[in-house]
Design a protein around this ligand. Structure first.
Ligand SMILES: NC(=O)c1ccc[n+]([C@@H]2O[C@H](COP(=O)([O-])OP(=O)(O)OC[C@H]3O[C@@H](n4cnc5c(N)ncnc54)[C@H](O)[C@@H]3O)[C@@H](O)[C@H]2O)c1
Ligand SMILES: [Zn+2]
Length: 558
């Protein structure tokens, strides 16, 4: 079955992200026509947008812009470049999302300033400000949650206009990122008729009680929310080389607006950097910045940043306040909640760590728009796991709307992330130190971790390994009469629907079996298996015969 493909593209994004140029080039590649709403407006009004704003006011310009977008939205086989402020209007976003592919072009404030400065169009009001970079950064941050409503985001920072145009044309041809399925596409969760509940989720542990706030665009409220949580003074954002360029400015602006003295530091991205050596570079930086006992650390990034910055927060000056601001699915629904922090040792993952609860967790779901697809899908494995062990309603929702989650439909995705945070919060609140019920979160992880270990952690990602691990647990459960066969098939269908593996990779069975017994969670050689008794119902079993484990592992990994 081939996916339907769009016949109209709207390009959104800040001024200076290259929308007109990319529209022209992408249209050429597709054999379509390029349109520019500013040109449509100028033709209609007989003067340029800048002149309209000066002589007739901004309101009049926005009115003409709405007409131009409506006109463009009625055309076929067009690539339309829009003005930087077009997304502010809900009406515009609805018109654009109705049947078109919406692509946001993204570049950093610094690059935008350089490009606007170079362009002949002098008299741009943005450049007239006394601090143009600050002005661009702040305005862009304000609009970011709206830009992130686009179907997909194409980077024009690191690639030339021609490459970006090819990327846009390819996305349109493939139809992947696109789904015309929703009447409410283009709207923020809070603009819907029935907004999802957006109150905080409270995590209660013996050592601390704290809130997790989940929403679309909440990163721009970081500073204010930290103040409400009782933090003030200095704030240090710890991020990585992939995330800081994308979201660092928004975090820093929000912190500074709320009165924090703020600075940021990036570790190199990737699991290979979750080490004591890299943590030491963060300590050095904190010392050079004169971080104090009351200074807050904000972990902005995936689980690697969350674990490492969390460990630094736990140990620097014997503990400074920590805020988790996760930007991957995995970190949102799992790593940022529960207070486990760690770095890896060359002999094993997470060998050096501490339990250390954050003061606050801020989850801006819109940041998932820039996550590489493989990481997005991988994180969904933990969501599927939560549904299988604890929440039959979540399971049914995932079965029904998997595509909406994979396309990051805002209201649905916020709702799903929120419910998963609540699940993890519930389990860790009951069992902070992992003695009882928290163990069920290990579903799929016994074989999953062994696959990761046996394959040297590089080839197979965590979420992929636990997907296979969940299939192993389901199959084992079936063979010892615990898991109903229909549930095994239901699980398989759902995992496949998300594009996650249900078998493989090819590994030596012995190396995987050995890795199972070496797992940290194995006590006195007895493996405790998490198995499913029903949808949303997990049990712990320590009596699984070794030959069944061997048979199942052999079947799945050969
Ligand atoms: N503490 C816990 O309870 C816990 C639980 C599960 C996993 N973990 C840990 O989490 C780590 C894995 O986390 P992960 O899967 O988030 O990996 P990650 O932190 O390495 O992130 C994956 C990649 O995506 C990039 N990235 C992150 N957010 C992005 C965004 N919004 N846009 C673009 N790029 C983005 C990162 O820079 C990185 O390159 C492992 O180290 C694991 O041990 C911890
Ligand atoms: Zn996991």
């Amino acid at each position: 079955m081939s996916e339907p493909t769009p016949t109209r593209i709207f390009l959104t994004g800040f001024s200076g992200t290259g929308k007109s140029t990319v529209a022209g080039l992408a249209a050429k590649e597709l054999g379509w026509e390029a349109l520019d709403t500013d040109t449509l407006i100028a033709d209609r009004a007989g003067k340029s947008p800048a002149e309209i704003i000066t002589s007739d006011g901004e309101e009049r310009f926005r009115e003409l812009e709405r007409d131009a977008i409506k006109e463009a939205a009625a055309r076929e086989n067009v690539v339309v470049a829009t003005g930087g402020g077009a997304v502010i209007s809900k009406e515009n976003r609805r018109a654009m999302a109705g049947g078109a592919l919406v692509v946001c072009l993204e570049a950093s404030p610094k690059t935008i300033l350089d490009r606007l400065g170079e362009s002949a169009a002098a008299g741009r009001p943005l450049l007239a400000a006394s601090d143009p970079l600050g002005r661009i950064t702040a305005l862009k941050a304000q609009r970011q949650s709206l830009y992130a409503l686009a179907d997909t985001i194409v980077d024009t920072e690191s690639q030339a206009a021609g490459e970006a145009a090819t990327a846009v044309a390819e996305i349109a041809r493939a139809g992947d990122a696109w789904c015309a399925c929703h009447a409410e596409r283009g709207l923020l969760p809070e603009e819907r008729d029935r907004p999802p509940p957006d109150g905080p989720i409270t995590i209660t542990t013996a050592s601390r009680e704290y809130d997790a706030i989940v929403g679309w665009g909440v990163l721009d409220r970081l500073g204010g929310l930290m103040r409400e949580a009782g933090l003030s003074g200095k704030a240090f954002v710890i991020s990585d080389s992939d995330v800081l360029p994308r979201y660092g400015d928004r975090a820093l602006i929000s912190l500074r607006e709320a009165g924090f003295e703020a600075a940021a530091f990036a570790i190199p991205a990737g699991e290979a950097n979750k080490t004591l050596d890299v943590a030491a570079t963060v300590y050095d930086w904190l010392v050079s910045q004169r971080a104090e006992r009351g200074s807050a650390l904000v972990a902005l990034g995936g689980g690697v940043v969350g674990d490492l910055a969390g460990f630094v927060a736990a140990t620097y000056l014997r503990g400074v306040p920590l805020v988790q601001a996760p930007t991957t699915v995995l970190a949102m629904v799992d790593a940022s909640i529960g207070g486990k922090t760690a770095v890896d040792h060359k002999e094993g993952k997470n060998l050096i760590g501490a339990f250390y609860q954050p003061r606050l967790v801020i989850e801006d779901v819109s940041t998932l728009k820039t996550l590489p697809p493989r990481a997005l899908v991988e994180g969904c494995a933990e969501v599927i796991k939560h549904a299988l062990i604890l929440d039959p309603v979540l399971l049914a929702d995932l079965e029904e709307r998997a595509d909406d989650l994979l396309h990051l439909e805002p209201a649905f995705t916020v709702d799903i992330v929120r419910r998963n945070v609540a699940i993890k919060a519930g389990v860790v609140s009951e069992d902070e130190r992992e003695t009882g019920s928290r163990a069920t979160l290990n579903y799929g992880h016994t074989v999953g971790h062994a696959i990761e270990a046996a394959s040297g952690y590089s080839k197979v990602h965590h979420g992929e390994a636990i997907s296979v691990g969940m299939m192993a647990a389901a199959e084992i459960g079936k063979r010892i009469g615990v898991t109903p066969p229909e549930l095994v098939e239901r699980q398989r269908t759902l995992i496949e629907r998300f594009g996650l593996p249900v078998r493989g990779p090819k590994l030596s069975v012995d190396s995987v079996l050995e890795a199972i017994t070496l797992d940290k969670k194995v006590k006195d050689g007895v493996v405790t298996w998490v198995l499913l008794e029903g949808a949303g119902q997990a049990v712990l079993r320590s009596d699984v015969p070794q030959d069944i484990v061997r048979d199942v592992v052999k079947e799945l990994l050969s």
